[in-house]
Design a protein around this ligand. Structure first.
Ligand code: NDP
Length: 247
């Protein structure tokens, strides 16, 4: 069991599948108290039942991260159930990649709303509580796509660059408040993310690429656990990882 995870109160957005679900499993096994948010309540409820049947302490709250009040309600569930929040994992995200010239303007809006504003709403919901306690840890999920521009994922890359900028600014602004900020930037990990690509040609090419190289979601969960498990005076600023076989 890792140090510094047991009994921590950890809120995870996008916990109904993929990286968030795998992280919930690992952190629950490490003794964390979890508050899990996503839109698909049936998936969250099944996960919470599984975790609690195995001795975990987890609750589910239906949450759309594009609605600020719902993100505040998610954090309030954590406050009511456990009294405080130690870690906020802003993980929810979508990747409807398509060429700019096809003008998928609604998908641009959705990516900005989920991938950027959703992260900001998560920060807004926990920051007052963490500042009052002078303790806390905010982990935001960027991507390899936050390090370079990879058409046709131009807008997705822009959102993931923004997540890195926000997280680094947060880190610098929060040193006096003793709040840690970590960016986790994965490469290709096998999840349901490619299902959010509406352009069939782009989706097929991503699926073919992921079939070749993608690694299991517990790779991400271990990165999160590593960042959380450091002593409180150590802030892992960023973890960038890829499948060994990904360029
Ligand atoms: P999944 O599609 O498996 O999971 C995405 C999660 O986000 C789901 O739980 C989904 O739940 C949730 N979500 C989507 N929209 C919303 C919303 N409006 N409100 C609340 N939750 C929402 O993909 P991943 O697990 O791969 O994605 C997790 C994060 O990892 C994303 O930020 C993604 O960009 C990032 N990432 C993933 C990589 C990969 O290769 N898999 C690589 C780099 C980064 P629901 O639909 O129930 O709301």
């Amino acid at each position: 069991m890792s140090q510094n995870i047991q009994d921590k109160v950890i809120v995870i957005t996008g916990a109904s599948s993929g990286l968030g679900e795998a992280t919930a499993r690992l952190l629950s096994a490490e003794g964390a108290k979890l508050v899990l948010g996503a839109r698909r309540l049936d998936r969250l409820t099944a996960l919470v039942e599984e975790l609690n049947a195995n001795g975990g302490q987890a609750v589910a709250q239906q949450t759309d991260v594009t609605a600020r009040q719902q993100v505040e309600a998610l954090v309030q569930v954590a406050m009511d159930a456990f009294g405080h929040v130690d870690v906020m994992l802003n993980n929810a995200g979508i990747m409807p990649q398509a060429p700019l010239a096809s003008l998928p303007v609604e998908d641009w809006d959705r990516q900005i709303d989920v991938n950027i504003k959703g992260v900001l709403y998560g920060i807004a919901a926990v920051l007052p509580h963490m500042q009052a306690r002078k303790s806390g840890h905010i982990i935001n999920v960027s991507s390899v796509a936050g390090h370079k521009v990879l058409p046709p994922g131009t807008v997705y890359c822009a959102t993931k660059h923004a997540v890195r900028a926000i997280s680094e600014g947060l880190r610098m602004e929060m040193t006096e408040s003793n709040i840690r900020s970590t960016i986790i930037s994965p490469g290709a990990v096998a999840t349901e993310l490619n299902d959010s690509i509406n352009d069939a040609q782009v989706r097929d090419s991503f699926n073919a690429f992921y079939d070749q190289v993608a690694i299991p979601a517990d790779s991400f969960a271990r990165a999160v656990a590593f960042a959380i498990s450091q002593p409180d005076d150590v802030d892992i600023n960023e973890i960038l990882f890829r499948p060994t076989r990904q360029e």
